[in-house]
Ligand binder design. Sequence first.
Ligand code: KQY
Length: 368
Amino acid sequence: MTTSNSTPRADGFFMPAEWATHSQTWMVWPERPDNWRLGGKPAQTAFSAVAKAIARFEPVTVCVNAGQYANARARLDHGNIRVLEISSDDAWVRDTGPTFVSNAQGEVRGVDWAFNAWGGFDGGLYAPWNRDDQVACKILEIERCQRYRTTDFVLEGGSIHVDGEGTLLTTEECLLNRNRNPHLDRSEIESVLREHLAIDCVIWLPNGLFNDETDGHIDNFCCFVRPGEVLLAWTDEPHNPNYPRCQAALQVLENATDARGRRLTIHKMPIPGPLHATAAECAGVDLVPGSQARSPEVRLAGSYVNFLIVNGGIIAPCFDDPMDAVAESILTRLFPEHQVVMVPGREILLGGGNIHCITQQQPAPQGR
Ligand code: KQY
């Protein structure tokens, strides 16, 4: 595998939007008992359902630690799912996998961002994270993709969304957090994003969703549905802790112009819940100093915005909540060319994220 000293932009590569055709989607098998209750068994059922839902539309590769290989291979019994042994610390390939970039000649490469488990020893969620930090490199090696490594720049894929036409959405809460890149200011961070993703415009929302343990990843709060149109998690209830966050985001989005000079059309997606883990669910998680503690008192950061766009499909979480049907109808209206598939997301949410966080799309070669 070649690691380049150049940047994707300098080499003519850019990050395609998620709706561009994929060659496959990557996932990682959950097993970590201090994050997933009951040794990860309920999460493995949930991840299997997500993998099989995606596999209806495109190939899926699931990475698994050696000790879980046989179990994962047996549970992921679908002809469109490949299972590979790759070590990891946990199962969030959106954040540990590469961000794929492509060029007009039909080549795909990957950006391997430095990973510090969402904040290192200043609020990060577990240690060590060295095996997670190697996941992107290993995926690129398997795919024979050239690699760009940002040794001095920490980023998670869940903290960015792009429209494929030069605009990037992110949050100040995450990217300007002192636990990611304290040596860089806002304009220096923008400059790394411009060079590595070939974007020209960054739209900064102040915050992500309340209690999002990633420090406010954008992929749990707001996403593009097509160029010039975004979908924002929303509440009209002033007592909802998300209310000020939604209002602040709306104000930024209403005043934003994208890289092509467009004003944005803003769609709203209701927030489910309030959702909480039960005492029994929390009791099923191993207590390990340095790992994220679980409590029934903590409102979970559940969000229907945390969905994945695949080839012809939308794979979105449901929570056995009255808003599930509303979310499904909004997604069906916004994506008339896609089939919306709702998959149980509660077990993934109990671990701290959802479907977008546990998946990483690999674009098909573009422009050929
Ligand atoms: O949501 C994500 N992108 C990652 C969440 C990590 C949670 C670990 N407990």
